[in-house]
Design a protein around this ligand. Sequence first.
Ligand SMILES: Cc1ncc(COP(=O)(O)O)c(C=O)c1O
Length: 425
Amino acid sequence: MSQLAIYGGPETINDGDVKPWPPIDKTDEKLVLDALYSPTQARGPHNLAFEKEFREYNGNEYALFTNSGTAALHMCLVGCGVGAGDHVLVTSYTWSSSATCILHHNAIPIFVDIDFDTFLIDPDKIGAAITPRTKAIIVVQLHGLCADMDKINAIARKHNLYVIEDACQAHGAMYKGRKAGTMGDCAAFSLNQNKCLSSGEGGIFVTDNEKIYQGASKLWSFGETARPEQSRDYHAYALGWMYRNNEITAAFARAQLAKYPQYFKILRANGEYLLENLNGIKGLIQPYEPEECIHNWYNYNLRLDFDALGISDDKARFRDAVCAAIRAEGVKCSVWQRFILPEMTVFQAKNAYGGGFPWSIPGADEGVDYTPELYPNALRYSRCHMSIVQTLRAPNGLDIAAKVAEAIRKVFDNINEIDPDKILK
Ligand SMILES: Cc1ncc(COP(=O)(O)O)c(C=O)c1O
């Protein structure tokens, strides 16, 4: 048995074997240079073309290119008419801005526990979280896997709630033949560097609903109503931010989108390879892809089965040591989120904008409880998981996926050697 790289043994994947993300070629160069030398650096043809191309790719009626996924999420809330003191349901285990976007509009996040198998919002726990103030549900299609949208949409219809998809990680992911970002009232995607579709930074807001689009577009650009192709009257018709993006980034996004179907095939093949080839490892819980879903494998998640491994103390620390050992083998592996959202200080302190806002809005805090133990599956998940990021993206194909599998097997074959005191300084 070969010695673990973390203890000085040979690495499974050598420096330089894994190609960087995202792949850049002549398509990117041509479009970005075109934007660079264009007389229009903002509100120009590349923004409009990217919006059109993304609408066609994803099947949405309206799209606005933004400077982040968080901006697009905020636009979703405004488009749906969420107001100060309203309650918005969101999963307890996600990226912070899936919920801080709610605070940006002075509304109150109400957390819902996850289903441990899928790591997504548990539809069976949504009903108990609904209050008379609830206006919307933010469904996070986390790690590129879609939640049970039929069940969630039925609950939303029954209680007259908007459904907002946080599809920031879910480009191309599907549920029952429908794409992420087409199953709720509106959705947000991120295009930051870590995403399967990247323009360095950026985001996109999408909807099929004209009224939601009109509301969101005011927030997007100073409260104005003119589209980029129209002349502006510089009048703030509503509260606005500056959430637009620039031409060079739009050109880069166009180039990457043109190549995305090819990237997607590689993601799928690499994900399937690991699903097949990591089975049967003692102490490892594989990701679960429900039959009706197509995962985009944004993150390939590994979970430790502490019972099978006989670990009862300081489980998260043991996980950190395993993660470090996999990383030392040359696999970009990390803990994606070690805190669940209710644990985060901004929610514990209930003080976003000072003066206790928005929780200090009369009546708004009624029934709001951020005790972390109310979300046991999210807590369990955050302590036992680790994610393989970027390594399984294009142009890295099955040869790299095979090495990733080999590295993980090597670490689990030597699992008795994992000593957090030696590995974690
Ligand atoms: C689930 C989720 N929501 C929202 C965001 C925010 O996207 P951005 O970083 O583009 O603002 C991210 C990005 O990391 C995310 O992963």
